[in-house]
Write a protein that binds this ligand. Structure first.
Ligand code: SAM
Length: 409
């Protein structure tokens, strides 16, 4: 296993290159993912596609799915394989495009591109090999008919940039077929100094919905998931299987079409700022309780402050006491319920207990016997409950990832 020392893009790149140099040069080594012909069988590649592949190339196959289920590559196409590795998918694509087509196999890792050049490029006249990063494709705009990629995007630090690059080099109407690892639960803990996590394909992976949204943001349309696979179920490492299960990591095979134009900045901004996306993200990160508490505080102290400021400016407005108290009560109740849902993650009743005390004090102050101090203490309990809930959620996550130190939380 190769060490990754941090999350700077440079360090990620080095760790990824170390890992995939090992897959290229020592494919019989011990990896946490299936490699070679065993991986072809498990991922459902047809013997027709793989039997003719040179043995040395097939040995270093490290795909996470079979992007060809999306059937985006057509005879005569100019195809780009992003993160081609030893080039197995590139050679399969080369057979599909035929003599009239061309395949560009692009990978970050020199050992991979070297291996492909040594073992295959001479037999496949329509394959060109390039060592470059997916984040900066050395190709002209709209020069590619279809893109295939298998297991690379989850390893790329700036995924939006890589997706924008794919959009740029594809011609309008060009097709993307992608197999990649995605997760259901984002990783929130700080694991900057842990050696394993990025190259284990979970920490770097994107939440499935977010990957689809990023493709849409860049200007891809007709985005369809063709197949989902429990990829990590076949990992030889029990720890990897457990981490993957904890974060709902799996692989997807999808297809998408490049639209004629990338969305304009306003369209992009509206897409990215859509309340549904924000809510989904807050929910996944366990921040909905905090958000509801913020709304309760704003409706309580914010509205009082606004009334006072407007009065000072001579624009006196009156606040309906019933509406004011009702709004605060609704958000306080919501915050308590959302904080209590953290129990499903960390199995501790502490945050729910604290939040219930806080809610009772706020409701008492609002509806039974108003007192600023009691109300304030109620909010302090609620804030403590929200903070404790977040801490416990992160501690549970760190435990799942095998991170023991408090520094990760
Ligand atoms: C999981 S392997 C899959 C390789 C190949 N697609 C296959 O199916 O065998 C991921 C590959 O992506 C490459 N890769 C990782 N980050 C990259 C980047 N930023 N740009 C280009 N390639 C990258 C790695 O070098 C590695 O060969």
């Amino acid at each position: 296993m190769v060490a990754i020392l941090g999350y700077s893009p440079q360090q990620i790149t080095e760790a990824v290159q170390d890992m995939y140099t090992a897959v290229a040069e020592m494919p019989d080594g011990h990896f946490h993912f299936p490699v070679g012909r065993e991986a072809f069988r498990f991922l459902g590649y047809s013997a027709r596609d793989t039997d003719a592949l040179p043995a040395a190339i097939a040995d270093s196959f490290a795909g996470v799915g079979n992007p060809f289920t999306a059937q985006a590559v057509c005879p005569g196409d100019t195809v780009l394989d992003v993160g081609a590795g030893a080039g197995n998918d590139s050679l399969i694509a080369a057979a599909r495009v035929g003599a009239d087509g061309r395949v560009i196999a692009l990978d970050l890792t020199a050992a991979m591109t070297r291996k492909l050049k040594q073992h295959a490029a001479s037999q496949y006249g329509n394959v060109e090999v390039i060592q470059a990063s997916a984040e900066q494709l050395p190709l002209a705009d709209e020069s590619i008919d279809s893109i295939t990629s298998n297991g690379a995007l989850n390893l790329v630090p700036d995924k939006r940039k890589a997706i924008r690059e794919m959009f740029r080099v594809l011609r309008p109407g060009g097709q993307l077929q992608l197999a990649d690892v995605v997760i259901n639960r984002p990783v929130n803990v700080n694991c900057d100094s842990d050696p394993r996590l990025w190259v284990e394909c979970v920490v770097g992976a994107t939440v499935e919905d977010k990957l689809l949204a990023m493709l849409g943001d860049a200007g891809f349309e007709d985005i369809h998931i063709v197949r989902r696979l429990d990829y990590f179920a076949h990992s030889p490492s029990q720890q990897t299987r457990e981490i993957a299960q904890g974060f709902g990591a799996h692989s997807v095979e999808l297809t998408a079409k490049r639209a004629d134009h990338a969305p304009g900045w306003l369209h992009q901004w509206l897409r990215r700022g859509h309340p549904r996306r924000w809510l989904a993200d807050l929910h996944r990160r366990g921040f909905l309780g905090v958000a509801a508490l913020m709304l309760a505080l704003i409706s309580c102290y914010g509205s009082l402050a606004a009334v006072a400021i407007l009065a000072a400016l001579g624009a006196g407005i009156t606040l309906s006491p019933g509406l004011w108290a009702g709004t605060i009560a609704v958000f306080t109740l919501l915050a308590t319920l959302l904080i209590a849902t953290g129990f499903r993650r960390h199995r501790s009743v502490g945050p729910a207990f604290l939040a219930s005390i806080g809610m009772a004090l706020v409701l008492y102050a609002l509806f039974i016997d108003y007192g600023v101090i009691i109300e304030f203490i109620g909010f302090v309990f609620l804030a403590g409950a929200a903070g404790r809930d977040l801490y416990l959620r992160r501690r549970e996550e760190a435990g799942r990832l095998g991170l023991k130190s408090r520094a990760y939380i």
